[in-house]
Design a protein around this ligand. Structure first.
Ligand SMILES: Nc1ncnc2c1ncn2[C@@H]1O[C@H](COP(=O)(O)OP(=O)(O)OP(=O)(O)O)[C@@H](O)[C@H]1O
Length: 290
């Protein structure tokens, strides 16, 4: 079995009219896994996804899909990569049945039965024109489409953002089901870190165009901790990933928690808390993923 469905190595992308740029982005998506892509507004998640997809031209770096280097996923992506952004453009005058006809001409592997399975599953109206769909309904439709052309990889940018909590929870189960056969994978960006906490196998944290931390959820839960102490105590630690001065005390995200001095206070640990520390704190240069 193929180890990684997607590998990104040393990706750079600058915008002509902005000082933002992707800076040496590297990560991979193992077969059968869900990778959560986490970062605050403007961190570069969409830019990374669009560059991988070939919607933006990369400056340099390597992208491998199914083990083969591709210039971008644009050619390869049509069938094998399902994409959902939070701004989807369907032919808005269509109803879902007509949309299925149109898509069957675009995708060689269009699977009408699967599409209508999801249309029913997501309770999408069959007679309403897509232009009259709510934002959440449009997102569900986009996901139904992504699931129905035999994609092996889904790239989902804030794809659950417009969904109500019940629908979001159902969607997470559909994602888990999608990767269950170990041959499908998902790259998912979301600001709802509890969703990521629930379903992701790996986490990639990005800030200002750089990857700060790539870690499996299991490793994170087993070996990392958030600690609080005097800045002099924190300064003595050798395994700090990021720290944040909070007035009298300093908080730090540390790896290898087994080696911590026992007197150090450990705080509640959640992906939200880690995200806050990584995004708002000082990131230790040696910990930044090269
Ligand atoms: N077409 C563009 N031209 C110039 N700068 C751009 C362009 N598109 C995005 N940017 C800049 O790139 C940076 C990263 O934006 P990006 O949309 O990739 O972030 P993001 O992590 O997806 O954010 P969000 O969570 O808000 O969606 C931002 O500073 C943004 O202003």
């Amino acid at each position: 079995m193929l180890e990684n469905i997607l590998e990104v190595n040393g990706l750079y992308k600058a915008y002509a009219n902005s000082d933002f740029g992707l800076n040496n982005i590297s990560f991979s998506i193992p077969s059968g896994s869900i990778v959560g892509f986490i970062g605050e507004n403007g961190a570069g998640k969409t830019t990374t996804m669009e560059t991988i997809l070939g919607l933006l031209r990369k400056d340099s770096g390597q992208i491998k899909l199914f083990g083969e280097e591709v210039d971008s996923l644009e050619g390869a992506m049509k069938e094998q990569v399902g994409v959902v952004f939070d701004h989807m453009n369907f032919s808005k005058d269509l109803v879902v049945g007509k949309l299925s006809n149109v898509l069957s001409n675009i995708y060689q592997q269009w699977d009408e039965a699967t599409f209508f399975h999801y249309v029913r599953h997501f309770s999408l109206p069959k007679k309403k024109k897509i232009k009259d769909f709510s934002r959440g309904m449009t997102m569900k439709l986009a996901l139904a489409v992504a699931f129905s052309h035999d994609s092996k990889l889904l790239i989902l940018d804030e794809a659950t953002a417009g969904l109500d909590p019940v629908a979001r929870d159902e969607m997470l189960d559909v994602f888990l089901d999608f990767v269950k056969d170990r041959e499908h994978s998902i790259l998912l960006s979301s600001h709802i870190t509890t969703d990521i906490e629930k379903i992701a196998d790996y986490l990639v944290f990005i800030k200002k165009g750089r990857i700060l931390l790539r870690v499996s959820k299991r490793d994170l839960l087993e070996n990392y901790a958030i600690v609080q102490g005097k800045s002099s105590e924190i300064a003595k630690l050798h395994n700090v990933i990021a720290h944040r001065d909070m007035g009298d005390v300093t908080e730090a995200l540390v790896a290898d928690k087994a080696s911590l001095p026992i007197e150090l206070n450990q705080l509640d640990f959640s992906i939200d808390a880690i995200t806050m520390l990584l995004m708002k704190g000082e990131n230790h240069e040696r910990a930044i993923v090269k």
